[in-house]
Design a protein around this ligand. Structure first.
Ligand SMILES: *Cc1c(COP(=O)(O)O)cnc(C)c1O
Length: 241
């Protein structure tokens, strides 16, 4: 049967991916317009963590260039060889960063979205100096103050931003992952207030389930995994640590 040959399976996978991508882009545009925003002001970060190589290649073939990864080593394995032939690639670290991986992260990523504690300010500053590369940074805010989740507490965010700036780091915005069981809008609004009072323009918020609400509340980057690539490996928990 023609439909089961490897080539046509690849083609149908690419078609399915293209259809999901088009649907997401359509919803992003509609959400931006409904909020009176320019759709070009909202960037899709494709969350490629745990995806197989073929899915990455399909995403690249579809023109996507902004990717979010949540583990430094997984991202190194996946992107080190691809990077040199993709000059417009933008890699964003969206998972927790340990201080001892700061140098690897600074060497690989264009944006690190998970600056969330003073110790990391020091580690990133010295890594940037040593490697001669300065990724842009977002401060991750734990808007729901969940014990198991990374991110600085909302009341400590201003001080962390100030400390990072004082250390010469480039803080360009904020990132948040609202609690799974709460109305995300309140959390997006809180993040927007913290960004506003710190003069920050970039807000990475909104995932597969809530990106339209995030766009209404001012998201400049939405991080979308499962709605784009399909469901991930079910045993995988992305936010632990
Ligand atoms: C996995 C992940 C996402 C994507 O989640 P989906 O619900 O699959 O869109 C977004 N942000 C972070 C930080 C993640 O770890």
């Amino acid at each position: 049967m023609v439909a089961s040959s490897p080539a046509s399976t690849a083609a149908s996978t690419a078609e399915a991916f293209a259809a999901r991508l088009a649907a997401i882009r359509g919803r992003m545009t509609a959400a931006a317009r409904a909020a009176g925003r320019d759709p070009a002001g909202v960037i899709l970060t494709a969350v490629s963590k745990t995806q197989p190589d073929e899915a990455i290649d399909t995403a690249l073939a579809s023109g996507l260039r902004v990717f979010g990864e949540n583990r430094v080593q997984e991202a190194q394995a996946r992107w080190t060889d691809r990077r040199p032939v993709l000059p417009d690639l933008e890699l964003r670290l969206i998972g927790p960063l340990q201080s001892n991986k700061a140098e690897d992260a600074v060497a690989l990523f264009d944006v690190i979205e998970t600056l969330d504690r003073p110790k990391l300010v020091g580690a990133l500053a010295s890594a940037s100096q040593k490697i001669g590369r300065s990724p842009r940074l977002l401060v991750q805010v734990n808007t729901g103050e969940e014990a198991q989740k990374a991110g600085v507490a909302p009341r400590d965010a201003d001080a962390l931003i100030a400390a990072a700036r004082a250390a010469g780091l480039i803080v360009e915005g904020l990132m948040a992952i609202p609690p799974a069981d709460e109305e995300p809008i309140l959390h997006f609004a809180l993040l927007a207030r913290i960004a506003e009072r710190n003069g920050l323009k970039v807000m990475s918020m909104g995932m597969s389930a809530d990106f339209e609400a995030a766009i209404r509340l001012g998201a400049t980057h939405v991080r979308i995994g499962s709605a784009l690539f399909g469901e991930r490996n079910p045993g995988f928990t992305s936010f632990s640590l």
